[in-house]
Design a protein around this ligand. Structure first.
Ligand SMILES: NC(=O)C1=CN([C@@H]2O[C@H](COP(=O)(O)OP(=O)(O)OC[C@H]3O[C@@H](n4cnc5c(N)ncnc54)[C@H](O)[C@@H]3O)[C@@H](O)[C@H]2O)C=CC1
Ligand SMILES: O=C([O-])CC(=O)C(=O)O
Length: 355
């Protein structure tokens, strides 16, 4: 089955809700409250892992091509009754993956297993590394020009795996590969607004580094609007943001990790990507990408998104850091480096084994 969105990727109502409840800097900095995608344009988004805890609510917000190894027909049938313009199609199993990906502009990958209490994200490596590798190979074969959003954990390693796979296939464009760290920003904005009694819509905290434990580093000194924090508040907020995923894993007590907030965050990142593809010249998000801002090959920072993907890395966020933040940047480097090397090593070994 093939599908195409008729006008915008979200139904009018979902799109408006998302616009009103998220606060990307770009929207505020231009004084705009809403960006409308070109009604003549048509974009395709595929979700790989669409039957899962993240995939289903994400599909509600971004209903387009849904793929899973599990049956995704019911999810598609259910969503198809929403009176929103985007069409939804379902694809199940490896034999339908190529059809799902043909002509797609944005591929979102939440396929893989989630954590249970007591596990680290890295404990998911053995299962999720192969899943991401296989799916990215299919992306390389069927829609090599697409923006790729990697959600599957451990993101610090799965993104380098995806990069190696794309290199092996000869189609790597570092500007189009993203580890999705939007949830870290969403959490930082929420927790800061709560703590300081600010309007949520006004708050924007850049989060840099990676997506696990101490590699998640909110730059509270760069919060917009400018806010004064005590040292205790900075430490408490930083630790809460770093452990927020674990907070949800423990509260769910074995039933998985964050799904609804992740779907919300992923929909925001998809929306930003589509706005960029559509020609909006003012789109900024944080994401984990190939980078040169911190002596590591991959690093999360604010980026400017354009039609061709990453247009600029906003390295100025790393200047003028507080002593606390500088120490935290230095402290995260060893763990992030080792996660990157683990991902690269895995992909290279697999390639040698296959040769
Ligand atoms: N980047 C981030 O901020 C976050 C990342 N995650 C990660 O997202 C991933 C998914 O989480 P959930 O949706 O809660 O898990 P889930 O288990 O509910 O769903 C995963 C889905 O992936 C599917 N799947 C497995 N192998 C596949 C394959 N080869 N091809 C296509 N689909 C496949 C499964 O059938 C399932 O429907 C986990 O690795 C989790 O750690 C979760 C929250 C936040
Ligand atoms: O904590 C997890 O395993 C899922 C995740 O990445 C998050 O919620 O940030």
């Amino acid at each position: 089955m093939n599908c195409e969105s008729e006008s915008s990727f979200l139904g009018k109502e979902s799109y408006a809700a998302l616009q009103n409840s998220s606060s990307p800097r770009s929207v505020k900095s231009t004084g705009r409250t809403q960006y409308h995608l070109n009604p003549q344009a048509s974009y395709k988004v595929a979700i790989l892992g669409a039957a899962g805890g993240i995939g289903q609510p994400l599909a509600l917000l971004v209903k387009i091509n849904l793929y899973d190894i599990a049956n995704v027909k019911g999810v598609a049938a259910d969503l198809s009754h929403c009176n929103t313009p985007a069409q939804v199609s379902d694809f199940t199993g490896p034999s339908e993956l190529a059809d799902c990906l043909k002509g797609v502009n944005v591929v979102v990958i939440p396929a893989g297993v989630p954590r249970k209490p007591g596990m680290t994200r890295d404990d998911l490596f053995n299962i999720n590394a192969s899943i991401v590798k296989t799916l990215v190979e299919a992306v390389a074969d069927n829609c090599p020009e697409a923006f790729i959003h990697v959600i599957s954990n451990p993101v610090n390693s799965t993104v380098p795996i995806a990069a190696e796979v794309l290199k092996q296939k000869g189609v790597y464009d570092p500007k189009k590969l993203f580890g999705v760290t939007t949830l870290d920003v969403v959490r930082a904005n929420t927790f800061v607004a709560q703590k300081k009694n600010l309007r949520l819509i006004d708050v924007d905290v850049p989060v840099i580094g990676g997506h696990a434990g101490i590699t998640i580093l909110p730059l509270l000194s760069k919060t917009k609007p400018s806010v004064c924090f005590t040292d205790e508040e900075i430490h408490e907020l930083t630790v809460r943001i770093q452990n927020a995923g674990t907070e949800v894993v423990e509260a769910k007590a074995g039933a998985g990790s964050a799904t609804l907030s992740m779907a919300y965050a992923a929909a925001r990142f998809v929306e930003s990507s589509l706005r960029a593809l559509d020609g909006d010249g003012d789109v900024y998000e944080c994401a984990y990408v190939q980078s040169d801002v911190a002596d590591l090959p991959f690093f999360a920072s604010r980026i400017k998104l354009g039609k061709k993907g990453v247009e600029a890395l906003i390295s100025s966020d790393l200047q003028g850091l507080t002593e606390y933040e500088q120490k935290a940047v230095e402290a995260l480097k060893a763990e992030l480096k080792s996660s990157i090397e683990k991902g690269v090593g895995f992909a290279q070994k697999q390639s040698v084994a296959a040769a």
